[in-house]
Design a protein around this ligand. Sequence first.
Ligand code: ZN
Length: 242
Amino acid sequence: MILHRSVKLAEHFYCYTWEGRGNNCNTILWPSVLRGERPHVLIDPGHIRDELGEPCFDSLVQAMDKDGFKIEDIGLVIATHSHPDHIEAAESVVEKSQALFAWSREEDEFYRTMGKMFFQAFGAKAPEVEPFFYIKEGDLSLGAKSNKLAVKVLLTPGHSPGSICLYLEEDKILVSGDVVFAGSVGRTDFPGGSPSLLRKSIDRLSQLDVEYLVAGHSTEVGSIIAGKDMVKRNFYAVKMFV
Ligand SMILES: [Zn+2]
């Protein structure tokens, strides 16, 4: 059962938007960007199963497989933040692929102190993930020289203390995680959340030149906002909520 929709936005950018009824995040794949045998980068693998028992992770594996991408060929897993609906399946991906794992130092500290408790609250097992490196604010360059993917990382706390957003300058694509959605913003009532920090983070994001905003979750409005004007209007609208 495939409950993800595959959307290719650029040569090295696929979005697997969650189309199930329960709660799960959208997952991003940057295929064939790393050197070596496992060239794919996966961002936010999501739940294994959601609260309705839908097989989120199996669906993702099948959706990727349909596009010709194997979970075993993932070399790096990046998490925008540590909430269960974004990283529950991270351990499974790492087990299947030996992929490295990375997120921000701030999120790692939060996860090891408070973040793991989220999983208990939802009756899920917190994945054992060890960051191989920390994702820092600034430039993150992946891949071989001839085939480099240049990513700008923005540390955007507010929804979670170490949330990151990923901006692909060349394709003008913003991976916004749970900071901003189509017509909505991330919750700030979880532990570690802060409305004032979220506002600052959204202000920063709104200054980027964005053609596609790829949100961490789908809303009634959608999951991907396409077109500069639509992205601008969305930022204008969501700033009224924070
Ligand atoms: Zn979240």
